[in-house]
Every structure is written in structure tokens, then in C-alpha cells.
Design a binder for this molecule. Sequence first.
Ligand code: APR
Length: 234
Amino acid sequence: MKSIFILTGAGISAESGIQTFRGSDGLWEGHRLEDVASPGGFHRDPTMVYSFYNVRRAKIRDAIPNAAHSALARLERDFPGTVTLVTQNIDDLHERAGSRQVVHMHGEAMKARCLKCQAISLCETTLDETNRCPACGTVGTLRPHIVWFGEIPLFLEEIDHALTQADLFVAIGTSGVVYPAAGFAELAARHGIRTIEINPASTEISPHFDEHLRGPATEKVPAWVDGILSATSV
Ligand code: APR
């Protein structure tokens, strides 16, 4: 095996204390998704949306990467072939666990994007109408660098290329309801790529996987990484 493609979702950060999206109440931290995660919601009430992400950013800063994030960093470091890590998460826990190449297809909480010049800048604390874009100098044009509903995810070409070249596709902690990521397992299966789902629950996309490792990410991911690394060590 030469190439592993990993897709992570909110479930991998759940044991670090970051709430997943689709809890039983259908709300994200008490808010309707369309209010806080859509261009229309931002247009209607930018102050509320800025403040929502300021709170998320603070929670992410306080969270600590868990054993599953660390195991994936170890895999990237020690696997002799290629490891592509694509995440739907906007947190930076993969990076803080030591992963060096993380593809954030839904954007990043710690970054802002200028609506005027499109430049992406770091924003690790508070973002609101008073921030100045460090690239073009305009005040009030920065928005969270997050892909909202109705917007196109990032890096889709690179992702498609890496996925279709892979020998193994592993989805960790994702419910498989948001496309295009929800379609990756089926695409992999169509290309004859072996597929593994790591999730305590079965999901909409479970039927597309060859193997299911049922349990929390902090337990199943390190054990799976150990198995891969011991099979490839000489
Ligand atoms: N370990 C592994 N998986 C877990 C754990 C855990 N400890 N706890 C929960 N899960 C699983 C749940 O069973 C569920 O299948 O994580 C999944 C979380 O699903 P969602 O909350 O829907 O998150 P995700 O699939 O990442 O959402 C996709 O939706 O709202 C948008 O843009 C947002 O990126 C997000 C996208």
C-alpha cells in the first residue's frame, strides 16, 4: 500500500470537547445552522455571526488535541508512502497534534477572508466590523474564512486527484450528510479503493465502506494507525 487518504469530521474533535454539528437537537451550540453558517445569515445579522465565531475560536483555542489527532500526525510522519489528510473541521487540532499538511476543505476558524481583495489572513482572537484587512487596509471587509452552506468547498481538484490515486480511504467521525465530502466513500469504492469507516455509530454512508471500526476515535484511530505502521515497518 502506497497511498492513504483520510477524511475527518467533527467526531474526531468531539473527545477534545468540541461539539459535533448534528446533535439530537439539530442545533449548533444553540443556533440554527442557517443563521450562523450561511451567507444569508451573515448578511442579515453580521454582529451575531461574528460573535458566534469569536466564541467558537475561543473554545477551539482552549481545546487540546486528542489521541486520534496525535495518531494521524504519527501516521503522516512514519508511513513510508503518501498520507493525505482532508478535514471538514474548522479547528486547528490536527495541526496542533503535529500534522503538517492538512487540507481544510470547509475553511479555518483561525483565519479571515477579505470580501474586497479576497486575501486570507490569520485571525486567532476577535473578528468583527472594526478589523482592518492586513492586505488591502480596508476596515470592515473581513469575514470568517469558513465555507458556509451554499458555498463551494475549497481544494476540490487537489482532493479529487489525491482520492482517486489512493489505495485506501478512511473516514473518521463524519455523519456523511454534507456533500461533496459525503460522496467520497462512494467515489473511492467506484475506483476500487478499499474503504474503512471509523465511527461509533452507523451513518448514511456506512453501506459504501468495506470495513467498519465502531467506537470512539481516541480508541479506534490509534489502534488502526499502529496496525498500518507495524504492517509497513521492515
Ligand atoms: N469518535 C468518532 N466519531 C464520533 C465521535 C467520536 N468520539 N463522537 C461522535 N462521532 C461521530 C457521530 O456518530 C457522527 O457520525 O461524528 C459524526 C459527526 O457528524 P456531524 O456532526 O454531522 O459532523 P460532520 O460530518 O463533520 O459535518 C459535516 O457539516 O455543518 C457542516 O460544515 C459543517 O463540516 C461540517 C459538515
